[in-house]
Write a protein of this length. Sequence first.
Length: 114
Amino acid sequence: MIAPGSGLRVYLACGVTDMRKGVSGLAALAQEALRQDPCSGAVFAFRGRCGDRIKLLFWDGQGFCLFYKILQRGRFPWPADSDEAGRLFQGEAGHPFRFHSGQCSELKPDTLLV
């Protein structure tokens, strides 16, 4: 089982991401759009246009891990911009994941498991 460590940072790429992108393309987005080092050990989350697909990019110290989830029903809640991100996740206290302002927000882990 893969479990996140304490103090894990998770960054949301607000809006829509082209789900055809692989590790290199998503790492470039993390660096350019989110202004973060993709090799920092943080998790970078990206959602597709239909809202039923999500990719999580993570550097484990030896290489990138890319997790891909497709929902059979429903959609992942996702902010279009940083203002909406603040409203979407406002009031959810006590969550272990910390997001940063800008193009990132705060997220509760079960929010990903719609």
